[in-house]
Design a binder for this molecule. Structure first.
Ligand code: DX5
Ligand code: ZN
Length: 223
């Protein structure tokens, strides 16, 4: 069964000046992953709310916005207001993660929280129900095309098993270095939502790459 597996291509690997055509190449995706970077939380700069609003208006697939920005308490709600289906901010950057997640949900978006490789997840166990998605980064955030960090798998597995124990419906997302050769490890550790940039947009036929990733994710998914 592939229904509970999501494949979210990252447009960081797309051609920014042909965005409409690039979006048409990933019509079978579950969400479009939009990496917002502010040159402060990470040493790279992408786009802001106006660009995201235009992508939202153009995309046939809902948006999964990943905010790699400082002060998400101030800026994240704006992305929900332009209609993003899901907004994920970094735990390291937020002043009051639970209050921010509640605001995102009140606007009508799914609320996600992301952790960098060095950040533990245990602090989230007591508040899992406040979030719709937890993103375990499998690279240092900032750039596409980096190598998958397999050392994040025990952390992901602890999170998965704790979520199951508590009967939580939270989605567990991985982002960074996901490809046909790494997705099985992440699925075995408990991920159900997979971001892939270069593995999808670097393929001759992105929709076929999405199908192959979805099948591998489903075949290896931890229960
Ligand atoms: C990294 C971004 C990722 C990136 C993934 O900071 O959050 O979403 O686009 O790219 P790949 O799949 O190429 O590692
Ligand atoms: Zn991302």
């Amino acid at each position: 069964m592939t229904g509970d597996i999501r494949i979210n291509p990252s447009i960081l690997a797309a051609d920014f000046v042909n965005m409409q055509a690039e979006l048409a190449r990933i019509a079978s995706a579950d969400f479009v992953h939009v990496d917002v970077m502010d040159n402060h939380f990470v040493p790279n700069l992408t786009f802001g709310p106006q660009m995201v609003e235009r992508i939202q208006a153009t995309s046939p697939v809902p948006l999964d916005v990943h905010l790699m920005i400082s002060d998400p308490d101030r800026w994240a709600p704006g992305y929900a207001e332009v209609g993003a289906a899901s907004v994920t901010f970094h735990l390291e950057a937020a002043t009051d993660p639970v209050a921010l997640a509640r605001r995102l949900r009140a606007i009508g978006s799914r609320a996600g929280v992301a952790v960098k490789p060095a950040t533990p997840v245990e602090g989230l166990f007591e508040v899992l129900d406040e979030f719709d998605q937890i993103l375990v980064m499998t690279v240092e955030p900032g750039f596409g095309g980096q190598s998958f960090m397999a050392d994040q798998m025990p952390k992901l597995a602890r999170l998965h098993d704790e979520a199951r124990r508590r009967g939580s419906q939270v989605w567990l997302q991985v982002d960074g270095g996901i490809s046909e050769s790494t997705i099985a490890q992440a699925a075995e550790a408990g991920a159900d939502t997979f971001v892939a940039g270069s593995a999808v947009f670097g393929a001759a036929e992105p929709d076929r790459a999405i199908t192959a990733l979805r099948r591998l994710g489903a075949d290896h998914h931890r229960h």
